[in-house]
Write a protein that binds this ligand. Sequence first.
Ligand SMILES: Nc1nc2c(ncn2[C@@H]2O[C@H](COP(=O)(O)OP(=O)(O)OP(=O)(O)O)[C@@H](O)[C@H]2O)c(=O)[nH]1
Length: 242
Amino acid sequence: MESSLEFSSSLGSVSSLLTRCRTFKVLVIGDSAVGKTCLTHRLCAGEFPIRPEATIGVDFRERLLEVDGEKIKLQLWDTAGQERFRKSMVQHYYRNVHAVLFIYDVTCPASFTSLAAWLEECRQNSLGQEIPRFLVGNKSDLRDPSRTGRQVSQEQATSFAKTHGMVFFETSAKNPPKKCTKGRRGDREAPYQQDNVEDVITAVAAKLKKQKKPSMVNTPMYGGSFKIGNKKKPDKDQWNCC
Ligand SMILES: Nc1nc2c(ncn2[C@@H]2O[C@H](COP(=O)(O)OP(=O)(O)OP(=O)(O)O)[C@@H](O)[C@H]2O)c(=O)[nH]1
């Protein structure tokens, strides 16, 4: 009798734990090679992948966080940047999305210019303005103060983020940046805003925690990734960290 009581009370605490953990779908989009896979890998596994390969369709990874005592599970959808690897998947990407990370490469102005097209894709897939959006400039470790014209300035990115109601971060999936790195703006030294990848995920979780509705994501039932095409990716494991 005692043991069955114990059993039911432990079942109760397990179920309350489960009900308290909300899952949110976070879409990660941006041009090919901006570092979406590396960033999501870093965010979920805590490390930079050795040999990432082009994403085909979508990979998803999960990260469990605790925000003010509540467990929040973020399901990061690392989407393919190349059109040929994404076209038949786009409508799946946008279904039940709770937040979007727009990624560009700070050393590749074309990837920043492309953000307009990524925004347009969101619009075409009826992504509401109420869905939190985050702008992430990746590869900040490659910033070279002597090549300012060929890099995306933080002023440009901040202004873009403001115009489109996004929260802006600049970071590196590879080398965690120092909080304030000296850069050169005109003749004077100015600090770059450099964020840790952890700052990004913490901000996303904090924002989503404030959402009132309980959130559930339909996890694909056939493993950790959707695949289209035949390309093999032997070095890139499909896994969930939590
Ligand atoms: N130096 C540096 N290199 C990075 C960083 N992030 C990614 N890379 C490199 O950039 C290349 C592309 O990275 P991926 O993560 O595969 O890019 P992706 O955006 O997922 O590309 P698609 O799957 O084609 O959409 C790889 O060679 C990475 O090693 C970073 O923060 N710093």
